[in-house]
Design a protein around this ligand. Structure first.
Ligand SMILES: CC(C)CCC[C@@H](C)[C@H]1CC[C@H]2[C@@H]3CC=C4C[C@@H](O)CC[C@]4(C)[C@H]3CC[C@]12C
Length: 455
């Protein structure tokens, strides 16, 4: 790819509209419903489509170039793990909802290091596929975000596999992304964490990176922490990996870590990888009053028992946002820095907490409208209107597009036209771990577009 280095815009055209509209006022009507089917007011949106949000995985793709250049397979795994963690960094404090992509919507991005093509390949369930390539690597995957509403929290499971390939080395890596948990949906301020276990497997060598994204825990001791190790085929632990998905990732010899652990036991905790404070006993009185006023028995019996409602111990205060980050004082000898986050631009809080990379994603550079596919997210009028601060216009356009999509679906059903077929991807098992996946047909960049009118 010989894309020249271009200057990209550093901010959106206008600052965002700050609202104190409460998300609970919408969600209380949605208990038990599948959240992906709910239309939310546009004030909760950020001016990006989920396809563009997926392209944010690429912000630190230089790590894949570095990985591909390593001679030692363990070092390659180290940088792939760095890439997997770095891909989540832009989620920090991002609480706007990206627009649901329309069926057949696409998004392309060409940069110095890579190019990527994304397509919405299924609507129910929503599945987004992407394929990025560069001189030395390929990165592809499909994501089916499953949102579960548990009352005070929303749990988001980004189902699907992602794969990195180094074709010249005949080597590949697969993993799945961890769960994301949005807290304080009922009262308090929203905040989000990435939690769970991520297992990166290498083929054909069989190395594995086991990473745990910890929940904030007591006093937010483990807020944002990621920790784990690289093991070989015979399960020997070789390297220790530690850091924060919001900031950095480091790596050291596993033996050195064990020595350090013996000498500094107090610096480590056995923190868990489940959503923080999820037990019913953390549910505050104020919240219970709100929940009790709703006549949704099935929801209540699912998520909290009657005993806990009557238990005086439930009278804890509402969950607050973790204010200060815990200090990460671990500095294990011989650590190498794998990845370091780029600080957010100074105006970020007026622009949906976007990173500089995110600011540039919906930019329609001059001449671009003539070459990109007519289904590209940049051409979506509702997103464009929100970006320009026209909230009412955005809402009208969003409704129009959703209706147009419904009409098209109905038309296909009535005419018994064969099911929708994505243009640039084909459903197929992942070549390495055989999970359900979508594989790129490779034709997008020929730029011969005959795509339907979806906007
Ligand atoms: C409070 C509720 C209703 C609104 C929450 C909206 C936002 C915060 C949710 C909706 C969809 C979510 C995204 C769905 C899928 C992924 C892919 C995953 O690999 C990283 C997290 C990420 C990118 C999620 C981040 C949070 C997200 C953007």
């Amino acid at each position: 790819m010989d894309v020249e280095k271009k200057e990209h815009r550093l901010v959106l055209p206008v600052p965002m509209y700050h609202t104190d509209y409460n998300i609970w006022s919408v969600l209380k009507n949605c208990i038990g419903k599948e959240l992906s089917k709910i239309t939310m007011p546009v004030v909760f949106n950020e001016p990006l489509s989920f396809l563009q949000r997926m392209a944010e995985y690429m912000e630190y793709s230089y790590l894949l170039r570095i990985a591909a250049a390593q001679e030692d397979p363990v070092a390659r795994m180290q940088y792939v793990a760095g890439f997997a963690v770095s891909a989540l960094a832009s989620n920090w404090e991002r609480l706007g909802k990206p627009f649901n992509p329309l069926l057949g919507e696409t998004y392309e991005l060409e940069r110095e290091e890579f190019r990527i093509i994304c397509e919405q390949v299924s609507h129910h369930p929503p599945v987004s596929a992407f394929h990025a390539d560069s001189k030395d690597w390929v990165f592809h995957g499909s994501i089916h975000p499953k949102l579960k509403f548990w009352g005070k929290n929303v749990e988001i499971q980004p189902k699907g596999v992602v794969t990195v390939e180094f074709p010249k080395l005949k080597e590949a890596y697969t993993w799945s992304n961890v769960q994301c948990c949005v807290h304080n949906v009922i009262v308090g301020k929203l905040w989000m964490e990435q939690v769970g276990n991520m297992e990166i497997t290498s083929y054909p060598m069989g190395y594995k990176a086991h990473l745990t994204f910890k929940s904030a825990g007591v006093n937010n001791k483990d807020l944002h922490h990621v920790e784990g190790y690289i093991g070989d085929k015979s399960k020997n632990k070789i390297r220790y990996i530690y850091g924060k998905w919001t900031e950095f990732l480091k790596c050291t010899d596993y033996n050195l870590y064990e020595e350090y652990l013996k000498e500094n036991p107090s610096k480590f905790s056995s923190g868990n990888s489940k959503c923080s404070n999820d037990s019913p006993s953390h549910t505050s009185k104020k919240m219970l009053q709100k929940l009790n006023s709703l006549k949704v028995g099935s929801f209540r019996s699912n998520s909290m028992s009657q005993e806990s409602i009557n238990d005086p111990a439930t009278d804890s205060t509402e969950e607050t946002i973790p204010k200060s980050d815990s200090t990460y004082s671990i500095e294990i000898p011989n650590s190498v820095a794998i990845w370091q986050v780029t600080p957010r631009p100074p105006q970020t809080s007026d622009y949906y907490q976007f990173t500089e990379f995110a600011m540039s994603l919906n930019e329609l550079e001059s001449g671009m409208d003539k070459i990109i596919c007519p289904t590209d997210s940049r051409l979506r009028p509702d997103i464009r209107k929100l970006e320009q601060g026209d909230i009412d216009g955005a809402a009208i356009e969003k409704n129009r597009l959703e209706e147009k999509q419904r009409d098209a679906n109905k038309y296909r059903k009535n005419k018994k036209i064969t099911e929708w077929k994505p243009k640039w991807f084909e459903q197929a098992p992942n070549p390495y771990n055989k999970q359900d996946d979508w594989i790129c047909t490779g034709n997008y960049w020929k730029r011969q577009y005959t795509n339907p009118d979806i906007f």
